[in-house]
Design a protein. Structure first.
Length: 431
């Protein structure tokens, strides 16, 4: 009897060992398969960090950071001809990044912003930018291994633009996975070559006011060209271009389709000090000057060396460039007066500050001070209005560094961050 018991014990032990071995093999195969399909996504989600808590009383959203692993299918996106609408972009992201498991929504942003370029006494080139909106969650998104033929980059993304609730923190695996789509939605950024870019509302259309109903999106339809939407244009600039000239050539080869049912213009700058404002406007020979046909617009470029501004410029003025929310390329007398230009008051303030020093600022902190002066809270006290400057950033295009501030908290070290391509480290001034 004892021998039979021992025999059954040995037999059950062998069966159990075999079953466990099979389970381990299946788990290993499943894990390998899962990582081969989701490896970059898993690594990216694991890097998603909550850096700063929201402050609902002050109408301030949370701040996050994320290191995007791999190329996030941008080469494939480009090979497929890009996207001619937010819907097509969502389709591509859903299929490739979330593998069809999660639907992505693109929210709307009222990008009433300011930006300028400047130089320091040591000839470092700076690109400074405010993102003006309402309370929202933002993410500093770092791409440090995008793949062959592409450049590393640092960008800032409004997570509302990828469907995250502005009144809640980002929580849960599915929401964090969705945030990988932030790679396709940069508001501004810089790459390792010192090329920087930013997006700004332009309020185009016959109304030409801050009334959203009067805004007409650019929607080019040249069948011979591939397509991109507003933020994907910026993403491709940062990944594939080393300077302004390369960026312009890339942009010329695509149709632009403005996102979120809004109209935008853009500014780019590089480490040589060259910069340009990109605007899509009616052709000079167009019979309809109302600008209500977004498909009829053509690209017009204003370089920092062009004399197309309303103010009297001297030699030093060509060292810098600045932008808010009205059309700069005004050859066609786009506005009847300066009073019709959205953001003209901020534009004039920035110009007065820069022209007083020939476009030279002491350092990144001095550039940040100018941004603080036209931040929504500071500006609203004197000029009225609403909203908040969600983030202010100064990119040093020469040193390839970033100085970043959340929600106009310029004197709060816990809200100030620095990043360097040399060290690949994002740090808080509070540490």
């Amino acid at each position: 009897m004892e021998k039979i018991k021992n025999l059954w014990s040995k037999l059950w032990f062998r069966i159990l060992s075999i079953v466990l071995a099979v389970i381990i093999v299946i788990a290993a195969v499943f894990g390998i398969t899962l990582f081969s399909v989701w490896g970059n996504e898993i690594s990216t989600v694991s890097s998603f960090k909550h850096l700063q808590e929201r402050n609902d009383a002050n109408k301030e959203g949370s701040v996050y950071s994320m290191n995007v692993k791999g190329g996030f299918y941008l080469d494939k996106f480009r090979e497929n001809g890009g996207a001619s609408s937010d819907k097509e972009l969502i389709g591509f992201i859903t299929k490739n990044i979330t593998k069809g498991l999660i639907n992505v929504n693109i929210g709307e942003s009222d990008v009433n912003c300011s930006a300028f370029t400047a130089t320091t006494p040591s000839d470092d080139v700076l690109f400074a930018r405010n993102y003006d909106f309402d309370k929202t969650n933002v993410c500093m998104t770092i791409s440090n291994n995008p793949g062959k033929g592409r450049y590393k980059s640092f960008t800032t993304v409004d997570l509302n633009y990828v469907g995250m609730d502005t009144e809640k923190d980002v929580s849960g695996l599915m929401n964090k996975l969705t945030c990988i789509a932030a790679a396709y939605a940069p508001l501004d950024g810089v790459n390792e070559m010192g090329l920087s870019c930013g997006i700004f509302m332009s309020y185009q259309g016959d109304d030409k006011t801050l009334n959203e109903s009067g805004t007409v999106a650019t929607d080019q339809k040249d069948a011979a060209k591939d397509n991109f939407t507003s933020t994907t244009m910026q993403r491709m600039i940062l990944d594939y271009c080393a300077n302004v000239d390369e960026a312009v050539e890339l942009i010329k080869s695509y149709n632009l389709h403005d996102s979120a049912k809004s109209s935008f213009h853009y500014m780019i700058a590089d480490a040589t000090g060259k910069s340009a404002i990109l605007e899509w406007l009616p052709a000079e020979n167009a019979t309809d000057k109302t600008d209500n046909d977004g498909s009829a617009r053509v690209l017009k470029i204003t370089y920092n060396t062009d004399s197309v501004y309303d103010t009297q410029r001297n030699a030093d003025d060509f060292k810098y460039q600045w932008i808010t929310n009205f059309i700069v390329n005004d050859h066609e007398n786009y506005y009847e007066s300066n009073d019709d230009k959205p953001g003209w008051d901020r534009y004039e303030h920035i110009y007065n500050r820069l022209s007083a020093t020939g476009g030279t600022v002491a350092d990144e902190n001095a550039a940040m001070t100018i941004l603080s002066e036209v931040g929504r809270r500071s500006w609203n006290k004197v000029h009225g209005g609403s909203g908040i400057t969600v983030h202010s950033v100064v990119y040093n295009l020469t040193q390839k560094t970033v100085l970043w501030v959340a929600n106009e908290n310029y004197t709060d070290k816990s809200a100030v961050y620095q990043y360097s391509f040399k060290t690949n480290k994002l740090t808080s001034l509070a540490k």
